[in-house]
Design a protein around this ligand. Structure first.
Ligand SMILES: *Cc1c(COP(=O)(O)O)cnc(C)c1O
Length: 478
């Protein structure tokens, strides 16, 4: 006989205060990012800004924006937010797009619209191909996977910027689109958008610039005097862009923008079903039922910060970033990857001496949340306002971490360093994939209610052979 499901809806109603107290208690074990221990993912300015976002979101808490024509005030805000973003990204009066639930949806929709465009304009192509540098965000792999596209990834230069010649070699008669990052999330490296734009022009291709993380930061970097190569609609062959409001737009979570140079490309994003018994069904983006609150919050956030507010925050984050960067560069074992174009970077240890993952373990022991990367093994840091006060402390710990890892070469075969080392360096990617799948299924499946299926939890279980394998792989990859 089937057993009952483990979670059962409470039989009776409970008082709100009690429910919220339970939630507060549960939340206290989550990552304490406001203390500045994390260096990624948590985009936040201050409480005043957040309170405004919440109030604006609450104002439209109940509205279902599935039908934009029922809520003209939301449609107006969405158009204004999209328009202001288009202006920042040097679009013109023809630039058009929508808000979405996030960067992933923006990329999915752009890839979908380009595919539909290709169906009309290049009907002989069966499987349309996208060419991108291998540093492109996984949202493009997801789009290719979901929409039956082929994503061909080009090798990149040692400084992690797109290699235009390598991209050109991957172009075939089935290629419809080039994609590149402004900048890449992992390393903060701006791809050479003008040169890739020329390539798109030469081969008559669409060109998407993924400015999910840079779209609301690079405009201020430029205004503060940095001389960046053009990275947006100023490059004439750029046909679409994505930029996340919920990153450096400092909006509420669930907000991004997809932009097109003109309506001919954009119209392909609209989904229409004329046969549904519920009436003519059409949506501008991926979702059906759609919150209006995130749009309201984004609009309110723009009004609150204004250009002056974004500039002030950018100036502070960039000054702190320079301090962090100088501190890392002062340690001879460490090297920053390429030339970061904004307040995010990745660094590794030269020739992996000492092992970067051993450095990571030491930092974790000191309470830092460490963003370990691979290909090459490295550590990622983005500077947010709440990180600014802890930078001196981070650098003191980092210096100690390098010294400790130097003195303990065996550490690369122990604990998390061994685990991450194997995952990053082992050529059997299918095996890694299946392990990650198990971790995720384990996190959601019953019988693991603590939710501690993080890789870190496997630490104690790291067997000896894993340590040997890890050190062997690290040596071999050098
Ligand atoms: C964050 C990011 C994405 C995906 O955005 P989500 O909001 O996480 O879905 C895509 N591309 C780049 C460059 C990003 O930084």
């Amino acid at each position: 006989m089937k057993k009952r499901a483990l979670n059962i809806l409470p039989e009776n109603s409970r008082p709100p205060a009690e429910i919220l107290a339970d939630m507060q208690a549960a939340k206290s074990t989550d990552t304490a990012w406001k203390e500045g221990k994390t260096w990624t993912l948590q985009y936040f300015i201050d409480e005043e800004h957040n309170e405004l976002l919440k109030a604006a979101q609450n104002l439209y808490f109940s509205e279902n924006y599935i039908n934009p024509f029922l809520f003209k005030s939301i449609l107006k805000m969405e158009k204004e937010v999209v328009g202001m973003a288009a202006d920042l990204l040097h679009g013109d009066e023809n630039t058009v797009g929508t808000m979405t639930s996030g960067g992933t949806e923006s990329v999915l929709l752009a890839m979908y619209a380009c595919r539909e465009w290709a169906k009309k304009h290049r009907p002989s192509i069966k499987t349309p191909e996208i060419v991108a540098p291998r540093t492109i965000h996984p949202a493009f792999d997801k789009a290719a996977h979901y929409f039956g596209l082929s994503l061909r990834k080009a090798k990149v230069h040692e400084n992690m910027a797109a290699n235009v010649a390598a991209m050109e070699q991957l172009i075939t008669k089935n290629t419809i689109l080039l994609a590149a990052s402004a900048p890449s999330f992992a390393h903060g490296i701006l791809d050479p958008i003008p040169a890739i734009g020329q390539l798109a022009e030469k081969h008559n291709l669409l060109f998407h610039v993924d400015a999910c993380v840079g779209g609301f930061m690079l405009p201020w970097v430029e205004r503060l005097g940095e001389n960046l190569p053009e990275w947006d609609f100023r490059v004439p062959s750029v046909t679409s862009m994505s930029c996340d409001l919920h990153k450096f737009g400092f909006a509420a979570k669930g907000a991004s923008i997809v932009l097109y140079r003109n309506t001919q490309l954009f119209e392909n994003q609209i989904f229409i079903n004329t046969e549904y018994s519920g009436g003519i069904f059409a949506t501008a983006s991926l979702l059906g039922t759609r919150p209006g609150g995130t749009i309201a919050a984004a609009w309110a956030g723009f009004q609150h910060l204004g250009q002056a507010g974004y500039l002030k925050n950018a100036r502070e984050m960039l000054a702190a970033f320079d301090q962090l960067r100088a501190g890392i560069e002062a340690l001879p074992e460490l090297q920053i990857i390429g030339e970061p174009c904004m307040n995010m970077l990745a660094f590794f240890t030269k020739n992996n001496q000492p092992d970067i993952y051993a450095v990571a373990d030491f930092m974790e022991e000191k309470g830092w949340v460490v963003d370990r990367q691979q290909l090459p093994p490295s550590i990622h840091l983005t500077v947010f306002p709440y990180n600014i006060p802890v930078i001196p402390n981070y650098l003191v710990n980092l210096e100690a971490a390098v010294a400790w890892a130097n003195a303990h070469p065996e550490a690369s075969g122990e604990g998390n360093a061994a685990l991450y080392g194997i995952m990053a360096r082992i050529p059997l990617r299918g095996m890694v994939k299946e392990n990650v799948r198990k971790v995720f299924v384990g996190a959601y499946a019953n019988g693991n209610e603590s939710g501690t299926s993080d890789f870190a939890e496997q630490k104690q279980a790291t067997p000896r052979w894993m340590g040997w394998l890890s050190r062997l792989l690290a040596w071999w990859k050098n």
